[in-house]
Design a protein around this ligand. Sequence first.
Ligand code: E4P
Length: 217
Amino acid sequence: MKFFVDTAEVDEIRALTALGLVDGVTTNPSLIAQSGRDMSETIKEICGLVDGPVSAEVTATEHEQMMAEAAKLRAIADNVTIKVPLTEAGIQTCKALSDDGASVNVTLCFSAAQAILAAKAGAAFISPFVGRLDDLGQDGMTLIEDICDIYSNYDFKTEVLVASVRSPLHVVDAARMGAHVATLPPKVLGQMFKHPLTDKGLQAFLDDWKKTGQSII
Ligand code: E4P
């Protein structure tokens, strides 16, 4: 399972890449706005920090303008993945870009029917938003299960990228279902390390070790 980080904060990405667990990055217009920085500069910096795919999202809503924005974003770095919304124009753009050899992430997916369209259009990634479905009282992970099941019936190359992740439980469930990627807010990645018995056990080991008076080095 690949881990992407879901942030446009370059300092956070730099710190997380040091762990050796980051396979890519996803951004969206809201995350760019939160960073308060220029989009092109930010994407360029992130692409220099991470070898894997870095999603940069178009903001146009019509096909021709999406293609023009995508051309500009693709020129930033070889590892830019173009993110398009799951609309008719987005799917048309996904097909055109994929046919031209670009990596495309289709975002804002909330149904299995939408996920089939993205795969048919040659998307490299489909991004179903589990947290936002949970917020509505629906079970976001059921959508992941459905998409993984459907894609396994065909030879689609599209990878299931679990987005809008809110807790380590989402990641564990996604892994159980065989999703290819989870994009994690840095906070969730940090939470995955934590267990009170790990902290308690380590403290006991350190206390006992101190009593021996020994040193490994
Ligand atoms: C990533 O590609 C998505 O844009 C992101 O995971 C959305 O997360 P949110 O629902 O917490 O905004």
